[in-house]
Design a protein around this ligand. Structure first.
Ligand code: FES
Ligand SMILES: [Fe+2]
Length: 436
């Protein structure tokens, strides 16, 4: 059972919280590059409960800083983004992307002390269409994580930002909970939907898999298994990667080049950042399957300048995700259109921060229970003597990691089967910067 104290550790990521302090040793995807235009409007946003602004200066550099002006705390969101800096409109103090004060418009030159003033700024880097932010100590900043999908050229991947109105762990645990696939998403799908060569047929002919689990340098990994055809086993593997990442096995391992980060906005809201390579074709995709699972495109509300106003869906908890009870009775298991929206609904329906003390976990939740323990142990080690997980200092631990599905002969050891197939994967996107 997860205690209230453990739930607090797992779900709180604001400044000064145990997991929040540890997570500040990692880079986080925060914005799409396209959201920031040189000398354009500053963007107001939150990361791990800190209220920030981002802007792109005249030279194209990105500034991410505390929204409060160091003078008297007026919000720099209202600032003028001009001539390589942001100028507070209250008294005209101006800051560059590193937070250096360049000018104090309301102070006579002989009383000027701009060298002594610094806005709280965080390092930001751009890679393949995404802006990443590092909120820890600005000395000794590690490299960006070498996560395969995030290293692919922008034109080879679909990148989505989607707000989920609940704590980050509810989103991430949905990805670690593979047995819901055969129920929530495919509860109405019969084996007849799939052709004999589609490996998804094994999900619908046995909806109750068993599990393997292991801990690694990047986090944890599970393998759910069930019988395939005679003499073979069907495997679905999915990792959790520090601090907020998953790679659900939605495609065969061969081309499952995807990653999802559940980045805390605050403790009750999360930005899911989603990469999917255009070679990551869903297996057994048929019109009939689409009909019973529910297709579902993302429909976004217009972005606003609220703290949590970006990338919100129009089907959301306020309209019960537009559930169609007639469709639920007759066609799809949930009546909610689309796999991703079904996931969104289930994790948000638990409440903003689920009370994990009242859960009744089952053997099918082994990845969830073990990953919670893994995170708590790492947080406790960090609190004790500052020990960091290897992933905090070595971005290469994320290399050569995928989730995915495959069929292997009965008796083949799962981790051997996984690494052999990963080595032989047909689709290997280039690893540009990190490979140098
Ligand atoms: S509050 Fe920003 S310059 Fe005074
Ligand atoms: Fe799901």
């Amino acid at each position: 059972m997860t205690t209230q104290a453990e739930n607090d550790i797992l779900t709180q990521t604001g400044p000064g919280t145990p997991l929040g302090e540890l997570a500040r040793h990692y880079w986080h995807p925060a914005l799409k590059s396209e959201e920031l235009v040189a000398d354009g409007d500053p963007v107001r946003f939150m990361l791990m409960s800190e209220k920030l602004i981002a802007f792109r200066d005249s030279s194209g550099r990105i500034g991410v800083m505390d929204h409060r002006c160091p003078h008297r705390c007026a919000s720099l969101f209202f600032g003028r983004n001009e001539e390589n800096g942001i100028r507070c409109v209250y008294h005209g103090w101006k800051f560059d992307v590193e937070g250096n004060c360049l000018d104090m418009a309301n102070v006579p030159p002989h009383q000027d002390f701009k060298q002594k003033v610094k806005a709280k700024a965080y390092k930001a880097e751009e890679r393949n269409g995404v802006v990443w932010v590092y909120m820890g100590s600005q000395e000794n900043v590690p490299g960006l994580p070498e996560i395969e999908a995030t290293l692919c050229p922008e034109e080879d991947v679909e990148i989505l930002f989607i707000v989920r109105e609940c704590n980050w762990l509810q989103g991430a645990e949905g990805e670690l909970d593979t047995s819901h696939l055969g129920v929530l998403h495919m509860g109405k799908v019969g084996a007849d939907v799939y052709t004999k060569d589609s490996i998804n047929q094994y999900v619908v002919s046995n909806r109750a898999p068993e599990y393997m689990f292991t801990e690694t340098d990047f986090g944890t990994q599970y393998a759910a298994y069930r019988p395939a055809d005679e003499g073979n086993t069907y495997w679905r593997l999915g990792p959790y990667l520090w601090p907020f990442w998953t790679m659900p096995p939605i495609c065969p391992l061969d081309n499952n080049i995807l990653a999802r980060a559940y980045v805390p906005i605050d403790d009750e809201n999360t930005m899911m950042v989603y990469w999917m390579h255009n070679k990551a074709e869903l297996p057994g995709k048929t019109d009939r399957r689409k009909e019973v699972v529910g297709g579902g495109d993302w429909n976004f509300l217009p972005n606003t300048t609220d703290w949590n106003g970006r990338w919100r869906l129009s089907d959301n908890k306020k309209n019960d995700y537009n559930i169609d009870r007639e469709v639920q009775r007759t066609k799809s298991y949930s009546g909610i259109t689309g796999i991703n929206l079904q996931d969104q609904a289930m994790s948000e329906s638990m409440g903003e921060i689920v009370d994990r003390t009242v859960e009744r976990l089952a053997p099918s939740d082994i990845m969830i229970t073990q990953t919670r323990k893994h995170i708590i142990r790492a947080v406790q080690a960090y609190q004790k003597d500052g020990t960091l997980p290897k992933s905090a200092t070595d971005p290469s631990v994320y290399r050569d990691v995928r989730g995915g599905q495959f069929v292997a002969p009965d008796g083949e050891e799962w981790l051997d089967a996984y690494s052999t197939r990963l080595d032989a994967a047909a689709v290997k996107p280039p690893l540009p910067e990190a490979a140098e």
